[in-house]
Design a protein around this ligand. Structure first.
Ligand code: PEP
Ligand code: MN
Length: 338
């Protein structure tokens, strides 16, 4: 339920309204806009008498929220969420490219890619240390050592880092990581999401390969419900009957998610297609659709990458892509699809 409070409410009346709502065991979320104030209620709102609320001088309107996600609902937050990630802003018109290799392989590799993507215009560095691989015999990532190398690349370049956690037991190693990624395969690991809700780091949640948008938003709601209100949503392609691409990029997810929620929405054209030559066209399409950012895999030597070389851009191809993105950005869809 959302209560729209009149402009410049009487402070004493507002306080007594808040006290009354809390006495009903409501979790009250306050959102202050320029011209109004919203009180978002989470809890058993069947105990709240709407007629009584509407009769209060300071209340302009009361709306029930039908959707199961409340705290990440756009109806709770008319304004876009803007994240500040080590001084790098994302969301609300602040566009960022997260780039780097699928996996961290060595100090030379991650530092070389980090310098290249920074020079080309990336705002954040990615690199996996814990890799969710379909085969137990495939390269599983450098784990703790990989995180150290990623942080060294961050120190050298000044780029904040994004890297994936696969299990709660790894959390202590993520202390200096800027953004914690929850991968597609873990999108509904509710224990993990709940625990990440107690951290104070932005959480990047990738859409599960067979997950609906509502399920994705409910995963973000898990993080919010633990108290952490910094989440980035990532569309990375879903499973369809497509036989050539790795997944099918669901671009309508971008304007839809931005309409349903205030969270920043980014697109990963690398995992969405699995093919390097398709990354630039899909990245540009994502920008046109209004994405707040991109996550792109870049490798200094894609042919010899230990993971996902087929979909990785060379630093040169990445540089070209950034130029295209910058040229297209002024024409991208803006605002909320009504
Ligand atoms: C990744 O970003 O490295 C990754 C494994 O992505 P996804 O979870 O989308 O498959
Ligand atoms: Mn990958």
């Amino acid at each position: 339920m959302v209560i729209v409070v009149r402009k410049d409410p009487d402070p004493a009346q507002l306080q007594s309204l808040m006290d009354w709502l809390k006495s009903l065991n409501m979790d009250v979320h306050v959102s202050r806009g320029e011209n109004m104030m919203l009180l978002g209620l989470v809890g058993d709102t069947s105990t709240v008498d709407i007629d009584l609320l509407m009769a209060l001088d300071i209340v302009e309107d009361v709306k029930r929220i039908q959707e199961p996600y409340k705290k990440v609902n756009r109806k709770f937050h008319p304004d876009d969420l803007v994240l500040d990630i080590g001084g790098v802003k994302l969301g609300g018109g602040n566009f960022q490219i997260i780039a780097g290799p699928c996996s961290i392989e060595s100090q030379e590799q991650i530092c070389s890619v980090a310098h290249s993507v920074k020079a080309a215009g990336a705002g954040l560095l990615r690199g996996g240390a814990f890799k969710p691989r379909t085969s137990p015999y495939a390269f599983q990532g450098m784990r703790g050592k990989g995180l150290e190398l990623l942080l060294e690349a961050s120190r050298q370049t000044g780029l904040p880092v994004v890297t994936e956690i696969m299990d709660l037991s790894q959390l202590p190693l993520f202390e200096n990581v800027d953004v914690i990624q929850v991968g597609a395969r873990n999108m509904q690991n509710f224990e993990l999401l709940r625990e990440l809700g107690h951290t104070n780091k932005p959480i990047l949640i990738k859409r599960g390969m067979s997950s609906t948008l509502e399920e994705l938003l409910m995963s973000a709601e898990y993080v919010f419900s633990g108290g952490n209100e910094q989440v980035i949503l990532c569309e990375r392609g879903i499973r369809t009957f497509s036989d050539i691409t790795r997944n099918t990029l669901d671009l309508s997810a971008v304007p839809l998610l931005k309409k349903l929620s205030h969270l920043p929405v980014i697109v990963d054209p690398s995992h969405a297609t699995g093919i390097a030559s398709l990354v630039a066209p899909m990245a540009l399409a994502a920008v046109a659709a209004g994405a707040d950012g991109l996550m792109v895999e870049v490798h200094n030597d894609p042919a010899h990458a230990l993971c996902d070389g087929r979909q990785s851009l060379t630093p040169e191809a990445f540089e070209q892509l950034v130029k295209g993105v910058n040229a297209l950005r002024p024409y991208a869809f803006q605002g909320i699809a009504r």
